[in-house]
Design a binder for this molecule. Structure first.
Ligand code: SF4
Length: 248
């Protein structure tokens, strides 16, 4: 035995430190087996919001490209990763354009995986089958980006969007929630504040409440369009949750 090891054997605390330093490093399992992951269900979008990289074609030209998540790919991934319990489906595009979305909802439900779209959906083009599937397969949460309370204001940023259609889709979704007696998906209205829509903030908040949605505001990261207070962009409150609007 070496002199050094002999020395540590005689001093208990020093021996512990010595052994700890020599113990093999345990890998961080949570990184190798994440419970939550994000997938791109769609990197296409039908709208043309002025500050959006998808609308500008930057996402199409990037590594992500323009694609839909295929059902078979989704199935293969979740079958081989039973540690995944929640999947975020929204990111650079509109998930409801994905033609296999209902199959993805259905399979996630069978595998007891929660699906969420916290990053946001524009909710303009949603088939009745998909609206029902959101409820039937208990998709957990949706954040709808609606920056106005009228078509005239909404379309200034959500170019090509149809405000009345979005609200009609939300009402139809609530009919399914009532029919299935379900609180899912939980709905949030995200209102990005611009100079051109500040006057409709309270009207939008009231409508969100009527639709059983949480409501919050967010300042646009595009300073050229962001709402200004005292002449400065981005000075509006970041978040104003309206918890009484949540369906129980
Ligand atoms: S709705 Fe979203 S993804 Fe589509 S163009 Fe607008 S910001 Fe981009």
């Amino acid at each position: 035995m070496s002199l050094m090891r002999d020395f540590f054997r005689k001093i208990p605390l020093a021996r512990q430190v010595y052994h700890r330093q020599r113990a093999p490093k345990v890998p961080d399992i949570s990184l190798a087996f994440p419970k939550m992951i994000r997938l791109e269900a769609s990197s296409y979008c039908q709208l043309k919001c002025p500050s959006c990289p998808t609308a500008q074609g930057d996402i199409h030209r990037s590594l992500v490209g323009s694609k839909f998540l295929k059902f078979e790919t989704f199935k293969r991934l979740v079958d081989g990763a039973d540690w995944v319990k929640e999947i975020e489906l929204s990111n650079w595009g509109e998930i409801f354009l994905n033609p296999e979305l209902v199959s993805i909802f259905n399979y996630a439900y069978k595998k007891q995986i929660s699906l969420v779209a916290y990053n946001g959906v524009n909710f303009n083009t949603v088939k009745d089958e998909a609206l029902e599937a959101l409820v039937k397969y208990r998709v957990k949460a949706l954040t709808c980006s609606i920056d106005g309370a009228s078509q005239e204001t909404y379309v200034k940023y959500r170019v090509r969007g149809n405000f009345d259609q979005v609200i009609a889709n939300l009402r139809r979704l609530n009919e399914f929630k009532k029919a299935y007696k379900s609180e899912f998906p939980r709905l949030t209205w995200q209102f990005v504040l611009f100079e051109h829509n500040k006057h409709e903030l309270e009207k939008a908040r009231a409508l969100a409440h009527e639709l059983g949605m949480e409501f919050y505001t967010k300042v646009s990261w595009d300073d050229s369009l962001a709402a200004k207070v005292d002449g400065e962009p981005g000075s509006e409150p970041i978040s104003e949750k309206v918890s009484e609007g949540v369906l129980q």
